[in-house]
Design a protein. Sequence first.
Length: 204
Amino acid sequence: MKKRLVVAHYNEDLDWLKNINSDVEIVIYHKNHDKKLTYNDCLKINDNEYLLSNVGRESHTYLMHMINYHDNYCDIEFFSQGYPLEYDVVNLVNSDNIPEYKQYTNFYRNFESINGFNVPHMKDDGYPDTRGIWDNLFSYEPPNITEIVPHGYIKCDRNTLMFHNIDTYKKCLTYFKDNNPKNLYGWSFEYFWALLFNKIHENK
């Protein structure tokens, strides 16, 4: 079982990564630097570290990794922000060997998304609706009911990531082409992961 931890890093202290088991590969994407990069640039600085444009919060970082490693996914890919404050990411990554999609959180506000778009407060707060993202990506209807846990820590197995070809992830990435650090789609994708990795895609 090969596992990889993907870290979206700005300026957080990454000493916690020293406690990740040695058999887990760690890939870090840094967004706090002086390079002038656009939303789809990925500058390799060593075998496991890259520089990205500072847009789209961790969602943009995760999408960049899905594109960057599309032909080389591990059995399980963990995705984390640079400072995992809410719970013990180290223990989860070290001990979780179940290949599946999962959102980790201690934020117990599970939203039901009816037809993939009825997420409370999103439109009222000015955030782009998730149904609009779905319709831009897929020609079939979303699942009728999907539990959504809005948070920045997810896990995906290789098969689930392969539901979509690289062009789908590149299309998702274009939501950040304005290169604006305040682009609200970074928040919207937090809600959209549960739809993007829903089993409804498996046989489409």
